[in-house]
Design a protein around this ligand. Structure first.
Ligand code: FES
Length: 428
């Protein structure tokens, strides 16, 4: 079974030689690929407009992510919001005191890091590009829900969730008119500190901006009907996009050493308080790593390590930096770093991995990093495939999303999960 690009997307893919060949996928991903393939073999539908007869659209497609400051001047506000988020960095009762303190102390250092990668994070540029391109594909493969309108909602940087929600209302969604929106997390693996935090924020702004809407004459309340794509750690297209990038980078090593290069998958770490609460993220990141290695036929030795720890609390390890140092000390200098939990470049790849881990390793010729997914057409096709499958499914969210962590004490989690799992999207 093969993960294929649709015929009308092959021209874009062909522009990138490394992804122009089609490779087999693991059997566990077969059903998704089969569904995708049959859709892609269909004749492309004509362009759809908002007035098309029979269309259930427009559909708002909202990408959720943490975001990053687009300019150095935005770093302070970004860090303030980040350290104020108890879903991400739980600081207990001292959160409102410690959060701003840590943020202001870290701002000058982090500003220098953003200056070193060109003056800001590219995550907004890539998110807007990925979402817009995905919507174009969706208009072709899902005409019944077209037109698809792209939106981005960041948790800690512009465009913030509040701004996105106000734009939705201004564009004619909700506010008495109803309509359908899909919250599509751009974290492939679910964590309560990332996707969970973004959904809690989305629920908060939904309650503030639409929560008081009463019943209309037709019995509806005229609010936006939300559904959620809350995780996709082993989606065939995601796995394929990672695998192709790894294969491409491995070609830079001499053939006789290529199979002994250690693949070091690196994901953002979590405080152990979050892990021990029962967060699903470590297991889902492990699932992605295993699926990618299965696709590569376990061609190389590999390990999963964790980066970006902040503060004195214990975090999930081993740390990426320490892992590189220890392997080098053991004589293993051929190391390929693979960011496995983010879908576009950001400070953790461009500065932390490239400048710190690789730049300070003393072996920049043998320690390398694979490209981030960014504008990769296989990845963007995968996003469209995921969205199409979700729109066809008629479900509000995965069954997994309704389950709280065993150690969760958060009222926000209770209420937001109840809200999203209870959405009747068939009535939209
Ligand atoms: Fe995981 Fe609340 S912290 S559900």
């Amino acid at each position: 079974m093969a993960f294929r690009l649709p015929a009308n997307r092959l021209c874009r893919a062909a522009a990138t030689p490394a992804i122009s060949t089609i490779r087999p996928l693991a059997s566990l991903l077969r059903s998704s690929a089969q569904a995708s393939q049959s859709r892609w073999l269909a004749t492309p539908a004509p362009p759809v407009t908002q007035n098309s007869v029979g269309s259930q659209g427009p559909t708002a497609m909202v990408f959720l992510n943490m975001g990053g400051p687009s300019t150095v001047d935005e770093v302070g506000d970004f860090l303030s919001r980040l350290f104020a988020d108890a879903d991400l960095i739980p600081l207990g009762r001292l959160q409102s005191y410690l959060g701003p303190l840590i943020a202001s102390r870290r701002t000058p250092k982090i500003q220098k890091q953003y200056a070193a990668i060109g003056g800001g994070s590219p995550i907004r540029k890539w998110s807007e590009h990925q979402c817009a391109e995905m919507c174009k594909i969706l208009d072709e493969i899902s005409p019944q829900t077209a037109p698809h309108k792209p939106y981005v909602a960041f948790r800690y940087a512009n465009p913030l969730t509040e701004e996105m929600y106000k734009r939705l209302l201004a564009d004619g969604f909700g506010g008495g008119k109803g309509g359908r929106a899909v919250a599509f997390t751009q974290y492939p693996q679910y964590s309560c500190s990332t996707t969970g935090s973004s959904l809690n924020e989305l629920w908060k702004w939904r309650q503030r901006l639409e929560g008081k809407t009463g019943p209309l004459e037709d019995g509806s309340d005229g609010t936006i009907k939300w559904s959620v794509i809350d995780r996709w750690p082993v989606h065939a297209g995601l796995v394929e996009a990672f695998a192709r990038n790894i294969e491409e980078k491995l070609l830079e090593y001499p053939e006789e050493r290529r199979n002994s290069v250690v693949l070091l998958f690196s994901a953002h770490s979590l405080p152990m308080t979050v892990v021990n609460r029962g967060d699903p993220y470590p297991a889902e990141v492990g699932a992605t790593v295993h699926a990618v290695m299965e696709r590569l036929k376990f061609s190389n030795p590999y390990r999963l390590c964790w980066q970006s720890q902040v503060g004195p609390q214990p975090w999930l390890g081993p740390q990426t930096q320490m892992s590189v140092d220890e392997y080098v000390a053991k004589g293993q200098k051929d190391l390929l770093l693979i960011p496995i939990a983010f879908t576009s470049d950001h400070i953790e790849t461009l500065f932390e991995l490239d400048e710190e881990v690789i730049g300070e390793s003393g072996h920049p010729d043998t320690i390398k990093r694979v490209e981030s997914l960014n504008g990769n057409p296989i990845f963007i096709q995968a996003l469209a495939d995921l969205a199409k499958t979700h729109l066809d499914s008629g479900i509000a969210c995965s069954s997994q999303m309704g389950l709280r962590c065993p150690g969760c004490k958060s009222e926000r989690c209770t209420e937001s999960k109840k809200f999203f799992a209870g959405q009747d999207i068939t009535a939209a």
